[in-house]
Design a protein around this ligand. Structure first.
Ligand code: GLA
Length: 375
């Protein structure tokens, strides 16, 4: 009898393990073909609990993130499109890895080692997110794998010398890892054959109540920053690091995004809402907390950790009603971004941490989006 009980117990245990092993998986799906005939795929990374992330090779974009709410109900918290066509039309960098330079370079010009470089001014009068055909609009080379139960997708892009005006052939790899703890880990590494500037980030838009489920103004935001980089009317940093204390940009105490967004503070007026780089209150290069967001109706929580010195909090001010997955629409402020990065316009700001990458150096940055739910 005792042996029987032990045997049944062992069988149950084995079944539990095999269920887990069977559910953590990676699937590849066709996603479309570019105008010049390149096949684009999407990879679905599913963890042991059934939570999943979809990433496409076009722009290394995060297409969806399906995670549980406080009752265990799964919901897609990332804005995105059904297929490649939606991304080709998109102008909001939805879910993309942006670069070479995430955010703006003033007037599309910078000097490096005494030489002046001119980039596209695709956000007049400035350069934004890598230019006309940035990393968000190219097809990356994929390699998927499963390591210690976690699913991984490695994406590589080789950006040629002179592409979009940037010097040096740059090889950039982003490894997305989706863990059983609902963490989406992004590890960027890069090398170059000539001195260049580099500031890649992920431009996912989140709505923790569910993509397409209204605006994000009720999300409660905490940003781990005592200072931010104020900007001019054309969204270029003035060079100053201004204390957030006493301004509507103080998110040290968790505050709903919508509470102060309409205040007549000069930075919110010129930014059309929140569109600012925060100086993270942690040692440079060390992985630490950037922000934590809580959505009260579903209990979902997003924590962003990064090795980067800054995070751009953007409240989706320019979203303008595109139709996304399942026919959902994405109007103004229906998603927010937390773009872990170096500060905007660093190539022209000698006091900001450097974004120069030289031959022989290896660039690395790690950012984690960690999902959970609170009762
Ligand atoms: C960044 C910029 C914004 C805007 C969005 C994309 O967050 O700072 O001004 O360009 O990307 O629309």
């Amino acid at each position: 009898m005792r042996l029987m009980i032990l045997f049944s117990f062992l069988m149950l245990f084995a079944a539990a393990i095999s269920v887990n092993a069977a559910t953590a998986r990676i699937e590849k799906l066709p996603f479309g073909k570019t105008a010049d005939g390149v096949e684009v795929d999407a990879y679905v990374l599913t963890n042991a609990s059934g939570a999943r992330v979809t990433i496409t090779t076009y722009g290394a974009r995060v297409v969806s993130i399906v995670v549980p709410d406080r009752l265990g109900v799964m919901g897609d918290v990332a804005l995105g499109f059904e297929n490649l066509a939606g991304y080709v039309e998109d102008t909001a960098y939805i879910g993309a890895v942006v670069g070479r330079y995430g955010n703006r370079i003033a007037l599309g010009k910078f000097a490096l080692d005494g030489k002046l470089y001119t980039l596209a001014t695709n956000n007049a009068p400035n350069h934004l997110h890598g230019g006309i055909k940035g990393f968000d609009r190219v097809v990356w080379t994929p390699k998927s794998s499963q390591v210690n139960g976690a699913t991984r997708l490695q994406l590589t892009f080789i950006s040629k010398d002179g592409e979009e005006g940037y010097p040096g052939t740059l090889t950039l790899t982003v490894v997305y890892t989706w863990t059983d703890r609902n963490e989406l880990k992004m590890q960027y590494t890069a090398t170059t054959d000539k001195a260049t500037v580099l500031n890649p980030t992920n431009h996912a838009y989140f709505n923790l109540a569910g993509a397409g489920q209204g605006d994000i103004l009720g999300h409660v935001m905490r940003i781990n920053a005592l200072r931010f980089t104020p900007t001019t009317v054309s969204s270029i940093p003035t060079g100053q690091l201004r204390p957030v204390k006493g301004t509507p940009l103080d998110f040290n105490k968790p505050t709903a995004i919508g509470v102060r967004i309409g205040e007549p503070y000069e930075q919110l007026i010129s930014g059309n809402g929140y569109d600012h780089n925060f100086v993270l209150n942690k040692p440079a290069g060390k992985l630490g907390l950037a922000a934590e967001v809580y959505e009260p109706t579903t209990g979902r929580v997003l924590r962003v950790l990064t090795t980067e010195p800054g995070v751009q909090f953007y409240s989706g001010n320019f979203l303008s009603g595109a139709t996304g997955k399942d026919g959902a629409t994405y109007p103004r402020r229906s998603g927010f971004c937390l773009e872990a990065q170096h500060y905007p316009d660093s190539p022209n700001q000698p006091t900001f941490p450097t974004t120069i990458l030289r031959p022989g150096q290896r660039f690395s940055q790690t950012t984690i989006y960690e999902f959970s739910a609170r009762k």
